[in-house]
Each structure stands twice: as structure tokens, then as C-alpha cells.
Design a protein around this ligand. Structure first.
Ligand code: G3H
Ligand code: 13P
Ligand code: ZN
Length: 322
């Protein structure tokens, strides 16, 4: 089947009490790892391209690689989504390039400005059969070149969501309930430590989520910054020359709980980066004489695939839903 929008996907996810995985893609191996897992697990998937990824690969390559995945995986629905579009022009350019979904993220702008720009994107997108994700509330962490300090982040205000959705006409809404971008989601001061000395982050604000879903019945909610930062990969990085002290993510049982609610899309990027980097570091440590990119990218791709499979089956609940 050709690329699809997320409309049908989200309706099924909402009704079925699961979430669709939205994975960031930067190159062929990442796209292959994600889509091979989704094909084998019969899972719908959202492949998302950030502004930075588009600048890295240029505007043509990632679209064409995703089109190749669509040919290779004819039986699963695939969405091509712009992650964190920051201007109308960026969103328009992706819509013109064949993306089926875009995010306009003006969450750091004042409420009225966020509404005005989001509305402009929605009008252009809907006229072209494309759906729009918008955001209210500010996540901590790093996205593209923007770094938001933990103390500058703010939870979504549930009393604003109905007005925002009705005035913008957006198709899904990303909210801030305590997730954060990147592999260092929380400072040590924000966490406690468990008996193994691993940092335990503050719990997600399910009260904010439930208040939002009550005010927007049937409407798909999105969670960004939802990597769990698997400690086995942090260890693999650190044991093979890397230095990632106190990298910490969102506990998977909390994401599982979110997936059962109105959360229909969960964004995961850092976990795939960690799997790729850990695997490549380990490969070079064990085979310092090797230099063929295919030899180190092959196990990296295989581990990305297994991380994605685990998310589909054990966290998101979307395996078998394609
Ligand atoms: O939220 C941001 C994603 O993790 C993408 O990151 O902007 O470095 O491609 P990036
Ligand atoms: P992570 O950094 O937690 O993987 O979040 C990714 C994300 O939200 C992309 O938009
Ligand atoms: Zn994000």
C-alpha cells in the first residue's frame, strides 16, 4: 500500500488501547531496522524526519529511502512524518515533497502565536490531504538545535487544550507530562537512586494526561521524548570507550500505561541511537583491524531491529495491529 496518513491508525489505536511507534530516521540502516521489525510484527509505523535529519541527508534521500521501505513492506501502513517542524515554510516544503503528516511545533511561542501558525499549517496541509500534529507545553531536553533546560520546561495546561484544538483544527496534540528529549532526560538532582545505583526519574504526570483526555474525548494525544535509554546499551557504550554517565530515560511500564490511554503516538529516537552507537563501538573494540562499513552497520541495524521489536511487542502494544 502507498504511504498513509495517521488518521485511521490513530482511530484504531485509540479504540484498541495501544500506541503507534514513531521512530526518527536518519539513514538507510535505521529505516531498514525499524521497518523490518514492523513488517515481521505486523505493526503500523510512523517514520519521522526532523529538520536536522533533512538537513543531514538533504530533502530527497530520506523520502526516497522511505519509499523503498514502502515497496519492501507492502502489507503494513507507513506514515512519513515531519518531526518538530518550526515554521510554516518547513511544513509546506515537506508537504510538497510527499510527507503524509507534519508536526508544527510552536510550543515555545505565546499561546496566540502558536494558534496562528498552527492554523496556517493546518489549512495548507488539509488542502493537500496531509494531517497535522501540534504541541502545547514545553519538554525539557534537546531537539534539533534547541536546548530547553529542565527548569524552563512546563507541563501542558489542560484548561487550554480544547480551545487550542478547536481553533487550530489540528489532528493530534503533543503534550508535556514530564517526558524529555535526549539520553539525559533528568538531572541527578531530579531523580532518586535504586539499590543498583541507577537513577530513577520522577514519575510522569498522569493526572495532566487524564485531564487532557477528558477534555478531548476521542482525540489522539502524542508523547515526545519517550525513549527509555536501555541501561544495557549505556553500559555497552561506556565499556567500549564512550562516556555517558547518568543517562536516564522513561521507565517502560509508564509508557505501557500511557499507550493504553488516549496516547496514540509515542516518539522514540534516542534508544535507536544508543543501540547503533553501542553496537558500533563494541564492534570496533573487538575488531580494530576492520574498516568495511557494511561489517559494522550490519550488527547495528540488527540491534535497532530488536529494540524496535521489543517496543512494538512489550511497550506500545501495536504488534499484530497492521
Ligand atoms: O526530538 C528530536 C528528535 O530526537 C530528533 O533529533 O533533531 O537531532 O534529528 P534531531
Ligand atoms: P527521545 O529523545 O526520547 O528518543 O525522543 C524523541 C522525540 O521525541 C522525537 O521527536
Ligand atoms: Zn520530539
Amino acid at each position: 500500500m502507498p504511504l498513509v496518513t495517521s488518521t485511521e491508525m490513530f482511530k484504531k489505536a485509540y479504540d484498541g488501547g495501544y500506541a503507534v511507534g514513531a521512530f526518527n530516521v536518519n539513514n538507510m540502516e535505521i529505516i531498514q531496522g525499524i521497518t523490518e521489525a514492523c513488517r515481521e510484527e505486523h505493526a503500523p509505523v510512523i517514520l519521522q524526519v526532523s529538520k536536522g535529519a533533512r538537513a543531514y541527508a538533504n530533502r530527497t534521500y530520506l523520502v526516497k529511502l522511505v519509499e523503498a521501505a514502502v515497496i519492501e513492506c507492502p502489507d503494513i501502513p507507513i506514515v512519513l512524518h515531519l518531526d518538530h517542524g518550526d515554521t510554516f515554510e518547513t511544513c509546506k516544503s515537506c508537504i510538497d515533497d510527499g510527507f503524509t503528516s507534519v508536526m508544527i511545533d510552536c510550543s515555545s511561542k505565546p499561546f496566540e502565536e502558536n494558534i496562528a501558525i498552527t492554523r496556517q499549517v493546518v489549512e495548507y496541509a488539509h488542502a493537500h490531504g496531509v494531517v497535522v500534529e501540534a504541541e502545547l507545553g514545553t519538554l525539557a531536553g534537546i531537539e534539533d538545535e534547541v536546548k530547553v533546560a529542565a527548569d524552563a520546561a512546563s507541563y501542558t495546561r489542560p484548561e487550554e487544550v480544547e480551545e487550542f484544538v478547536s481553533r487550530t483544527g489540528c489532528d493530534s496534540l503533543a503534550i508535556a507530562i514530564g517526558t524529555s528529549h535526549g539520553a539525559y532526560k533528568f538531572t541527578a538532582a531530579q531523580c532518586t537512586r535504586n539499590e543498583k545505583g541507577i537513577l530513577v526519574p520522577p514519575p510522569l504526570r498522569f493526572d495532566v494526561l487524564h485531564e487532557c483526555e477528558k477534555r478531548l474525548p476521542g482525540f489522539p494525544i502524542v508523547l515526545h521524548g519517550s525513549s527509555s535509554v536501555p541501561q544495557e546499551y549505556v553500559k555497552m557504550v561506556n565499556e567500549n570507550g564512550g562516556k555517558m554517565p547518568d543517562a536516564v530515560g522513561i521507565p517502560e511500564e509508564q509508557l505501557r500505561e500511557a499507550a493504553r490511554s488516549a496516547v496514540c503516538k509515542i516518539n522514540i529516537d534516542s534508544d535507536l541511537r544508543l543501540a547503533m552507537t553501542g553496537t558500533i563501538r563494541q564492534f570496533f573494540n573487538e575488531h580494530p583491524e576492520k574498516f568495511d562499513p557494511r561489517e559494522y552497520l550490519k550488527p547495528a541495524r540488527a540491534n535497532i531491529k530488536e529494540v524496535v521489536r521489543h517496543k512494538l511487542v512489550d511497550v506500545l502494544g501495536c504488534a499484530g495491529k497492521a
